[in-house]
Design a protein around this ligand. Structure first.
Ligand code: NAD
Length: 433
């Protein structure tokens, strides 16, 4: 099949490469010329395990191509995916500017029947809006499909190639048949395609993200309670997650959830409720609990060092909102760095993948280390903000020697209090005894 993918970010580039991998001819479009030029030269603008080799091999096989010319891409494709951003608007709603703008651009070049697929996360009713925009511009036949994406950054290629499920919101049998054929190679072992109305598909994506975020906020809240009542969150977590109805994923205490999806998608879902006068109390509580959680480690730092952090130096391990990605959007590590800078502290940061993007935010307001031990030189404390594997079993005696004060704030509960005490560290974590 011939496919165009509009937007070459975390979703568009992964989708484009994976569709090419299954034999389709894919042309990826972006308005960011620098990004397109880099991609044409084989430079991958984001970090995602396995993506670089997948892109390169499919470019070499001439199944994957890049352009900033939407009309060329649309004219030659039967299916057009919209994978553009849906950022949060000032009122918390999803800003559909990019989606509707891309839809209008696509409409200009429709020359025969096309399936236009919303892969961006969009509020209920957006398929209808896209349809309206396109019908005003073209008389050619087309269908609009909602096909929300469930990949996880850090595991995106694997998730796309072996999806738990594929949600297809179609209002016509013709577009449904095309989508089912396209996704056939991804569901050979077991049919995981779930077809539904476009409105249900649009809502499913928000509900899935809200549920996962609720699990995170819930365990974080319980971790805070643990500290008050003298229980250990790791014990409680293993106690509850052994119940198959509860499960073990998304129950790890942290500095709060971040990333490009959960924060904005929860706000967008809540906004949908407000608009329809349907209170979403659980969603609201999840948002509020997350705000509190992002202040939890800063609160502990304040308790330990006081309000004034001048002349203190902090090492920060991990900047990405989670491991295996370079994405720092809404990362709790950034909330923490802002807090440290406001208090007048010096910050030296390290992340295996997210340094470049962090430098674009902070410039020379913080220092950067090219590896994690050197960030500890002269540090009054270390804060572990992201759960990268390389931080899990560090050389503690070496760290003890390098740091000015052996103090660790562990925002991911990577370590255990007792061994840390024995290693001579003053250790703070989240709900551990
Ligand atoms: P992103 O910001 O990484 O990439 C979007 C790309 O679209 C950018 O390169 C931008 O230049 C390009 N773009 C914007 N307008 C365009 C236009 N008119 N024509 C061509 N290109 C255009 O975004 P992302 O993280 O890939 O997210 C895209 C959508 O997918 C969002 O709605 C997001 O909520 C959703 N989503 C993201 C993830 C994720 O993990 N990142 C997962 C599931 C769903």
């Amino acid at each position: 099949m011939n496919i165009a993918v509009i937007g070459t970010g975390y979703v568009g580039l992964v989708a484009g490469a994976c569709f090419a991998e299954t034999g389709n001819y894919v042309i990826c479009v972006d308005i960011n010329k620098d990004r397109v030029n880099k991609l044409k030269k084989g430079i991958i603008p984001i970090f995602e395990p396995g993506l670089e080799s997948l892109v390169k091999s499919n470019v070499e096989a001439k199944r994957l191509n890049f352009t900033f010319d939407t009309s060329k891409a649309v004219a030659q494709s039967q299916i057009v995916f919209l994978a553009v951003p849906t950022p949060m608007d000032e009122d918390g709603s999803a800003d559909l500017y990019h989606v509707l703008n891309a839809a209008a651009e696509v409409a200009e070049s429709i020359n025969e029947y096309k399936v236009i697929v919303n892969k961006s996360t969009v509020p209920v009713g957006t398929a209808g809006k896209v349809k309206e925009v396109i019908s005003k511009i073209t008389d050619h036949p087309f269908d609009v499909v909602s096909n929300p994406e469930f990949l996880k950054e850090g595991n995106a290629v694997e998730d796309f190639m072996k999806p738990d499920r594929i949600i297809i919101g179609c209002d016509t049998p013709r577009s449904e048949a095309i989508m089912v054929e396209l996704y056939g190679p991804f569901v050979r072992k077991r049919n995981r395609i779930i077809s539904m109305r476009t409105t249900s598909a649009e809502l499913t994506k928000y509900v899935a993200n809200a549920f996962l975020a609720t699990k995170i906020s819930f365990i974080n809240e319980i971790a805070r309670l643990c500290e008050k009542v003298g229980a250990d969150i790791e014990e409680v977590r293993s106690g509850i997650s052994s119940d198959s109805r509860i499960g073990s994923s998304f129950l790890f205490p942290s500095m709060g959830f971040g990333g490009s999806c959960f924060p904005k998608d929860l706000r967008a879902l809540n906004f949908m409720g407000i608009k329809k006068e349907q209170d979403l109390l659980v969603v609201q509580a999840t948002i509020e609990a997350n705000k509190l959680q992002k202040q939890f480690i800063p609160g502990k730092i304040r308790e330990r060092f006081g309000e004034n952090l001048k002349k203190l130096r902090f090492a920060v391990w991990g900047l990405a909102f989670k491991a295996r990605t370079d994405d720092i959007r809404e990362s709790p590590a950034l909330t923490l760095i802002d807090f440290l800078l406001e208090g007048g502290a010096e910050v030296n940061a390290y992340d295996p993948q997210a340094m470049k993007l962090t430098e674009e935010v902070y410039g020379n307001r913080i220092e950067y280390s090219s590896e994690y031990y050197s960030s500890l030189v002269g540090a009054d404390a270390l804060i572990v903000a992201t759960e990268w594997n390389e931080f899990r079993l560090p050389d503690f005696p070496r760290m003890h020697r390098i740091m000015r004060k052996p103090i660790i704030f562990d925002g991911r509960n990577l370590f255990k209090p007792q061994p840390m005490k024995e290693a001579g560290f003053e250790y703070f974590s989240i709900g551990q005894l």
